[in-house]
Structure formats: C-alpha cells, structure tokens
Design a protein around this ligand. Structure first.
Ligand SMILES: Cc1ncc(COP(=O)(O)O)c(C=O)c1O
Length: 387
C-alpha cells in the first residue's frame, strides 16, 4: 500500500531527542528535560476533583460537536473578563486541543491550492497541516532584526495570500506582538482580504508585556486557544476556536464528522479549571523564575543572541558560536549535550528549516531545579570547550 503524497509531511526531529533521552533514562542515567513544550505540572486540583465527581454522577456520553453549552459560555465570558470583548457563545467551538483547532480552521478556511503564509521560525504543525490539506505554504522569514516580529513590508512581500497564520506569544521565540502591531496586522489582513488565524495558545503565560487578543482588534478573524499551556492540561486534549458565526458553524459541522465531539471528561475538567486561577498563576510565577535563571545562565555561557522570550516558556537561542565546536548543526550540539551533560534540548530545525541549524529551543517549563542544574552544566561545558 502506498501513502498519499499529501501525507508526506516533515517528521518532528525533536522526537529523536526525546527517544534518545528516553533510552538514556532507561539505561539508568538522569536526564534534565529542557526539550518538552509542556508544563511539568498536571491539571489543577479543582479540575481533577470535578472529573472524579462527574465519573460517579454522569454517564459522560457525547456532547454536541461544538462542546458543552456551559463550557462554550464560560469561554465566551473569559474574553469579557480578560480582554473586555463581547464574544457570543455561538462563536465558540470546543476542540481537541489547539491541534484540533488547526485542522478544523484550516479545513474550514482554505481550499486546496490556496496560498497561506506562516512565519519562520514558527510552530511546525501549521506548515505540515496546511501541506497535508493541499494548501500552498508561503514561508515568511523573521529574525533578530525585528525581534522575530513580522513587518508589513515582509507581509506585503508574501502577497498574494489567501490566509495568514500567526501566534502571539510565539513558539519557539516567545515573541509577543505589541497591541499596536497586532492591530496593524489585523488591518493589513482586512485590507488584502487575507483570512487571519491567530494562535493564542500561550496567552496568560507572559512576562511584563501587554498581550491583547486579536479579537480586541477585529471580529472578522479566527483565534484559537487551548487548555494545554496556561491551564496545564496537555494530555486532556482540549482547546477552542472563536470564529465569525458562519465560520463557527462551518467548523462545528466539520467537527461532527471528524471527531463527533471533544472528549466530555476533559470538558468537565476544562470548565472547572477556570475556577483554579490561583494555582495556574502560581505555575506562571514558576516559569517566570525559571526564565530568569535560564536567561542568566545562558548569558554566562555566552549565549545572549536570543529571541525576546516575552511569553510562552521557551528561549530561542542562537548557538551558532558553539555549533562548530561539535559539528555542523544544532542537532550535533543537542546530541553532545544529551550524551555528555544529560541535558535534553530541541534543535531548531523543526521550527526553521533553513536557519534552524544555528538555533536551539530551550523550554523552561520544567522544575526550577532542573533548569538551574542544566544551566550550570552548559556553562561549565562551554568553559571547558573554550579553554
Ligand atoms: C504554538 C502552538 N500551537 C498549538 C499547539 C498544540 O497544542 P495542543 O494541541 O496541545 O493544544 C502547540 C503545542 O505545543 C503550540 O506550541
């Protein structure tokens, strides 16, 4: 049997790091995990308790394809609370994580052959999902010169476009688009009839910068979010989309066929998670401490050419000065650090196919101890290699 041509998307090279880290752990060696893009904490206690109660009292059967009405209403209200924006529950569709949101929104918005812009470095699934759906992916490179934010000149250069997918805060760079710049991108998209999709999965994981929702800047666009990051519920596979009414109805219709409904047990947990904000904010404070430890540690190791790290829990570090010490790519560096230091980090190639060989993405979502110890080892390694 032959796989379809459209399914020939790039693999995740980070999986190789994770596999090697796992093998190392199985062989009895310690690994400090800076490669994983997920909180080291589980779901908040209130969410777990709500699920335990629901399992006794409820049959947890299917919900509607767009999710439980109470959850859709709660999410709509979240925009009122956080961003002072009126969103009706009909515009909210609950999904199987932001990953589910990607597939559904891209399917709903773009026919095969449509040109859709994505930033590079950027989250690789946008590119892979769009490619699998037959869209033409238009790469828009961003770099240090603009703090990894797209300029209007760069967006203009990518025209004609049918769609544009951006994330703020971004994975892997942590870049947050300042409100005025997000406003400009929203206006630019409206002016050029470009369907704008904004991934807001790292909302509420930001450090002293203003982070608006694209919904504050316009209504005729799509945003999505998830319970995976701020809500610390990666494995529950729950997210949502907010879209204009016709698109929301379209996404709901697609969802009926693709998934029937998002997992009910996770929706129960998600609803309760909105009442656990103290616990969730404490996680963010831990990320903040970890971030400082990481940025200081990397600086001591001579790694200061980093993306801004204003949000999410990543540092996108330019390691081009270290790569020649061990080989020709950050994949070589990641391998050496795992073998010699027991520190797992993600080579940049997943996020930027052209320039990723010079970058490593460090996650500081793990424990403070693991981040501090990793930085100590990397600093000492750089000292040894330089002497
Ligand atoms: C930018 C971005 N979008 C979407 C996702 C998918 O998240 P999930 O499907 O767990 O909600 C991730 C996961 O790391 C991400 O970093």
């Amino acid at each position: 049997m032959k796989p379809s041509v459209r399914s020939d998307v790039a693999p995740f090279y980070v999986m190789e790091v994770m596999r090697a880290a796992e093998q190392r752990e199985q062989a009895g060696h310690e690994v400090l995990h800076l490669e994983v893009g997920q909180p080291s904490t589980g779901a908040p206690a209130g969410a777990v308790a709500a699920v335990a109660a629901a399992m006794q009292a409820d049959n947890l059967g299917y919900t509607g394809a767009a999710g439980m009405p109470r959850l859709r209403e709660r999410i709509a209200h979240w925009y009122q609370e956080r961003h002072d924006v009126d969103v009706s529950a009909e515009r909210v569709v609950v999904t199987t994580g932001a990953s589910g949101s990607c597939v559904l929104t891209f399917l709903a918005a773009f026919d095969a052959g449509r040109r859709v812009g994505v930033l590079e470095p950027g989250y690789p699934c946008y590119r892979n999902d769009l490619q699998a759906l037959g869209a033409e992916v238009v790469t828009i490179p961003v770099g240090h010169d603009t703090d990894f934010r797209p300029t209007i000149a760069q967006l203009d250069a990518a025209l004609p476009l049918d769609g544009l997918v951006i994330a703020s805060p971004s994975n892997p760079t942590g870049t947050v688009l300042p409100p005025a710049e997000l406003q400009t991108v929203v206006e630019w998209a409206a002016c050029h009839a470009v369907t704008l999709i904004v991934d807001e999965i790292y909302h509420n994981v930001t450090y002293d910068v203003e982070c608006t929702s694209a919904l504050q800047h316009g209504e005729n666009l799509i945003v999505f979010n998830s319970f995976s990051k701020y809500f610390s519920m990666t494995g529950w596979r729950l997210g949502w989309v907010v879209a204009p009414p016709v698109m929301a109805a379209t996404i709901e219709r697609l969802s009926q066929s693709l998934t029937i409904a998002p997992p009910t047990v996770s929706q129960v947990a998600g609803l309760a998670a909105f009442d656990c904000l103290d616990e969730l904010n404490a996680n963010v404070e831990r990320y903040r401490r970890n971030r400082t430890i990481m940025l200081d540690g990397l600086a001591r190791a001579g790694l200061t050419r980093n993306a801004p790290a204003d949000g999410a829990f990543y540092v996108w570090a330019d390691v081009s000065s270290l790569v020649p010490l061990v080989g020709s790519s950050s994949q070589d560096l990641a391998r050496v650090w795992l073998d010699e230091l027991g520190v797992a980090a993600t080579p940049g190639i997943d996020f930027d196919r052209r320039r990723g060989h010079d970058f490593i993405r460090f996650s500081y979502a793990s424990s403070t101890e693991a981040v501090a110890e990793s930085m100590k080892r990397i600093e000492a390694w750089v000292g040894r290699m330089g002497s």
